[in-house]
Design a binder for this molecule. Structure first.
Ligand code: GLP
Length: 225
């Protein structure tokens, strides 16, 4: 269903700018886009993308990097052009500059549709629960909950404790936002996001202040609503 929204949007605007997320949640959407490309129903030749986040100290070719994940699960299976793919560099020497550069790039080519998953603790991108919303892209420390949830993806190596992420302000500038959540483990975060207060303690709650958001839930993720 979400896959089809993307296919329609790309066909309507072939040079669309997409903000993309990693994790298990968007995989069916990416699979749908790849299959549509293979069937000749869509081309990503003029599509540009920005990914939400990247682990600190993981090079692009590390199998646990989000850069690698996106190439495996979407980019390498379509005709997207590498020069249109934008990523934060987790190995950047000057992290502050890297984050500023990313925000400037996004300002020049703003995001039409931002795809989001949600962390069990209500995070979006790697905006962890905290005292305030971050306006811009920044380096963040991962919380124990995120480390526990994401460690399953790291078979041999130790999961990084820090990441670079688009800030809440950056995410909120997207013209349209689509959030997907599946599974019981997301039910509490979804309840807090939709029924609770808008607070940086549940970063996803800020989406209540965006005028064009669509939320897609399966029964389990919606079970506490
Ligand atoms: C990571 C990513 C998020 C993603 C979350 C949920 O922490 N930084 O962007 O939404 O994981 O992942 P999953 O879909 O695997 O539950």
């Amino acid at each position: 269903m979400v896959g089809n929204i993307f296919i329609k949007a790309i066909n309507e605007k072939p040079n669309i700018v997409l903000g993309l997320a990693t994790g298990a949640t968007p995989l069916p959407t990416y699979c749908y886009i790849c299959n549509s490309y293979k069937k000749g129903k869509v081309s990503l030749k003029n599509v540009s993308t920005y990914n939400l986040d990247e682990y600190v100290n993981l090079g692009h070719h590390d199998k646990n990097s989000y850069y690698y994940f996106m190439h495996e699960n979407l980019f390498n299976q379509t005709d997207i052009q590498e020069r249109n793919i934008h990523f934060l560099n987790g190995n950047a020497k000057n992290v502050i500059k890297e984050c500023q550069k990313y925000d400037k790039k996004i300002e020049k080519k703003p995001i039409d549709i931002q795809l989001l998953g949600i962390g069990q603790n209500g995070h979006i991108g790697f905006n962890e629960p905290s005292q305030c919303f971050s306006k811009t892209t920044f380096k963040t420390k991962l919380t124990a909950s995120t480390i526990k949830a994401n460690s399953r993806y790291f078979s041999k190596s130790k999961m990084p404790r820090e990441a670079l992420t688009m800030g809440i302000g950056t995410i909120m500038k997207a013209q349209k936002i689509i959030l997907i959540a599946t599974g019981k483990k997301k039910a509490k975060a979804i309840k807090e996001m939709l029924k609770g207060q808008v607070t940086p303690r549940c970063p996803a709650s800020i989406l209540n202040f965006h005028s064009n958001v669509e939320v897609f839930l399966d029964k389990d993720a919606a079970s506490l609503l």
